[in-house]
Design a protein around this ligand. Structure first.
Ligand SMILES: Cc1cc2nc3c(=O)[nH]c(=O)nc-3n(C[C@H](O)[C@H](O)[C@H](O)COP(=O)(O)OP(=O)(O)OC[C@H]3O[C@@H](n4cnc5c(N)ncnc54)[C@H](O)[C@@H]3O)c2cc1C
Ligand code: FES
Length: 267
């Protein structure tokens, strides 16, 4: 893990309010594992003071570039996406515990919701690099067509790809969990990975548990230090204890989590 000033190489709007940013960060790209994140701050300003966490969507180890997907939700992300190309960002990373890679045979299910597609693209990219790449069935759900951010990058790394939108503007009308039910019914899934809204991940966890398919999720949580020291990011564990999203996660086996407590914290 290093803290470095990185040049912003490009910054393009992929969907309304969603930007794909490329950074020159060779030290971080070299070490990054799928599911890890970086903690970003715009330098030479203390507004806002705290860093902001973002999943590494792609780590290009050859050219030393990182690609991130940022959705504008508040002041920090507004400042970030308005940073001009060529400016420097302070980047701490790679941080956290990423996805365990699948072992053995069987298909890999990936279930993405909205901006949660970012860490799954890095995972799919890593699995493509295997000598015997896993067979990936990708599922992507969003409210409408516009919110299918970076779907081309995701679909291009999957062997099969399914889309649902709540308004039916792309793919099947409905929720991605309906598509997941069909995929679980087919059998042959060795493992599932998911990232998206908490309610979606809780449902995916439940369905995969019922189908006896091991499942891993990438969680988002407000963060302070990002390195396990401040306990600002803890969530409830199934054994009654707590887990730090920044250090023990952001990726967790879904059966380690107390979903009822996590869902009620969101309200
Ligand atoms: C490990 C990790 C990976 C993430 N990856 C991505 C990513 O790839 N792309 C992306 O767009 N966002 C990602 N996020 C969420 C992103 O960090 C927040 O959206 C961002 O910090 C909000 O900052 P803000 O100042 O714009 O929002 P604020 O003004 O601070 O808050 C605006 C709203 O966003 C919520 N929020 C703030 N911080 C977080 C947070 N850390 N997690 C969830 N909700 C938050 C607040 O509760 C509030 O409702 C990730 C978060 C984590 C923890
Ligand atoms: S953000 Fe400080 S412990 Fe996780």
């Amino acid at each position: 893990m290093v803290s470095v000033e990185c040049e912003l190489l490009s910054n393009e709007e992929d969907a309304p309010g969603h930007y794909v940013m490329a950074l020159a960060a060779p030290e971080i790209a070299a070490e990054a594992q799928p599911g890890q994140f970086v903690h970003l701050r715009t330098p030479r300003t203390f507004d806002p003071l705290l860093r902001r966490p973002f999943s590494i969507m792609l780590a290009d180890k050859v050219h030393g570039h990182l690609r991130l997907l940022a959705q504008v939700v508040g002041r920090g992300t507004e400042i970030l996406v308005n940073t001009p190309v060529g400016a420097k960002l302070e980047v701490l990373g790679p941080l956290g515990t990423g996805f365990p890679l699948p072992t053995g045979d069987g298909d890999v299910l990936m279930v993405a919701g909205g901006v949660g597609v970012a860490p799954l693209i890095s995972l799919a990219d890593a699995l493509r690099g295997f000598e015997h790449p896993a067979y990936i069935r990708g599922l992507f759900g969003a409210a409408d067509e516009d919110m299918l951010v970076c779907w081309i990058e995701f679909a291009g790394r999957c062997d099969e790809f399914y889309v649902t939108t709540e308004d039916g503007s792309a793919g099947e009308r409905g929720l991605i969990t309906e598509a997941l039910a069909q995929q679980l019914d087919r059998g042959q899934a060795a493992v599932a990975y998911t990232c998206g809204p908490v309610a979606m991940m809780a449902a995916v966890a439940q369905m995969c548990g019922d189908a006896d398919v091991p499942c891993y999720c990438s969680l988002e949580q407000r963060m302070g230090c990002g390195i396990g020291a401040c306990l600002g990011c803890v969530i409830a564990a199934a054994d009654g204890g707590y887990l730090r999203v920044c250090k023990d996660g952001p990726v967790f086996a879904t059966d380690r989590l107390d979903w009822e407590a996590i869902l009620s914290d969101q309200q």
